[in-house]
Design a protein around this ligand. Structure first.
Ligand SMILES: [Zn+2]
Length: 288
């Protein structure tokens, strides 16, 4: 957090402390439940579980960058006033981690322990891990609104079934791909690779804003030559130039894998994940 942001955040905290009791009163009167999420996959899963008396607000705007997102003073207020916050801790968004440490929410789903994260934040690219988060969002929403508990349970079951179907589609489509090399610009696919026995080779690393060193580019080129990988995957929103130049040098194709970190007008989580599966089927070197 910059100094200016930090001071603004402290001012916002003071304002929120004064406003706290009216917020609780509104909730007791059977009003709307306000859920605040801090990335698009979390927004999607919260919206699937949320019933008609729930409003889900995502802090990162449609074109905003999930990595390193810095909450504004208004976002700090939104986090404090939320009935439920759904976040992934552990450094994807250190600015949000700091605000939540200062003003711990009454109801928080932190995807990091729930989805059993191992450092890499991109857990939503393994649908089974996102299904775990859906369950915990459901538990919290049912606690916040007793009357909606049955409805919430049904919605959780529905989204978990959709995520299980997606996982099954991946597993059957990629069954012949165990051991295949997945060369990606943005190293976001560790959980996906782990699930399906792929070897991920990232060019820029877990944070796509970090430029790869010439040494790293040489290493990746070496792996591509040694494994016979035929595609370099990149994220349409970031690190395209480096990935394209490397693919060109090596005489291999490029294709798009979407880390599902931005909202697009015409594709939700499930659609983006199915587009990714098609790209993997086109680009990986698999048996049969
Ligand atoms: Zn990412």
């Amino acid at each position: 957090m910059t100094g200016r942001r930090a001071r603004a955040a402290v001012l916002a905290l003071a304002t929120v402390a004064l406003a706290g009791c009216t917020d609780a009163a509104a909730r007791d009167a059977g009003g709307t439940t306000h859920v605040v999420t801090t990335s698009h996959p979390l927004q999607w899963v919260a919206e699937q579980v949320a019933g008609p008396r729930v409003v889900v607000t995502n802090l990162v705007g449609p074109r905003g960058d999930t990595h390193g997102f810095e909450p504004s003073p208004a976002d700090v207020v939104a986090l404090a006033e939320a009935d439920l916050v759904v976040h992934v801790s552990g450094g994807l968004q250190p600015g949000v981690d700091a605000v939540l440490a200062q003003q711990p929410p009454d109801h928080l789903v932190d995807a990091a322990p729930v989805a059993d994260l191992e450092g890499d934040p991109h857990f939503w690219l393994d649908p089974r891990r996102l299904a775990e988060v859906a369950r915990d969002v459901g538990v919290e929403l049912a606690e916040l609104d007793d009357g909606a508990a049955d409805d919430v349970d049904a919605r959780v079951a529905e989204v978990q079934a959709a995520l299980a179907d997606l996982d099954e589609e991946y597993a059957s489509a990629l069954a012949g791909c165990r051991g295949a090399t997945l060369v990606t610009a943005h190293e976001a696919y560790g959980y996906l690779a782990e699930r399906h026995g792929l070897q991920q080779v990232g060019i820029t690393g877990i944070d796509p804003a970090v430029e790869p060193s010439p040494a790293r580019l040489r290493e990746v080129a070496e792996v591509v030559r040694a494994t016979g990988a035929r595609t370099v995957f990149f994220d349409a929103a970031a690190s395209q130039a480096t990935a394209a130049a490397l693919a060109d040098d090596l005489g291999v194709a490029t294709d798009v894998l979407d880390p599902v970190e931005r909202v697009t007008a015409d594709a939700d989580y499930l659609e983006l994940m199915r587009d990714n599966l098609s790209a993997l089927q086109r680009g990986l070197v698999c048996e049969g």
